[in-house]
Design a protein around this ligand. Sequence first.
Ligand code: MN
Length: 206
Amino acid sequence: MAAGRKPAPLAAYVRKRDFTKTAEPRGRERKRPQGLYVIQKHRASQLHYDLRLEAEGVLKSWSVPKGPSLDTAVKRLAMAVEDHPVEYGSFEGIIPEGEYGGGTVMLWDTGRYELENGLTWREAEEKGRIRFTLQGKKLKGVWNLTRMRGRQWLLIKSRDAYASKDVDITLEKPRSVKSRRLLAGIARAEGGDVSRAATGDPKPAK
Ligand code: MN
């Protein structure tokens, strides 16, 4: 890379994908900020939850293996991954097997967010302390992303009226906010691997 030249914002996203094979959007940078917040539940080689916050024209993204917890004592590992286009925020469906992230994607939660502490995105990211309020359909209230080292961050709920020790939100609200489907339902409707997708859904009550 030429000295002083920044890579295109979505270069890593585009490099990892073959848009003739995957239904994921090619997308591009957006200049007008709208404070979009998204979590996609993704049954790929491993089940995880992709947390995305719109900033600097893209969706800044973290892969959270265990998903969010409403318990303020629980610290969830959140691995920073490549920026995604804003258009990705409405994607739900199948990524073909053998392609990057192959498996089933569910739009698990969406809404808006606001940064707290009066910092710009750049300042908060450089400090490794991103504090934000969510106004989602499932997640609300104040949350924190705190950088440990490199790409490793922790996602932690702040103490407020939306915190809870008793509710596992991933089990209580396992369905898509877009289609009300479970992972298995998405895979069945869209030609994915239903039995593999189903391993990401809660076990039916006995
Ligand atoms: Mn993912």
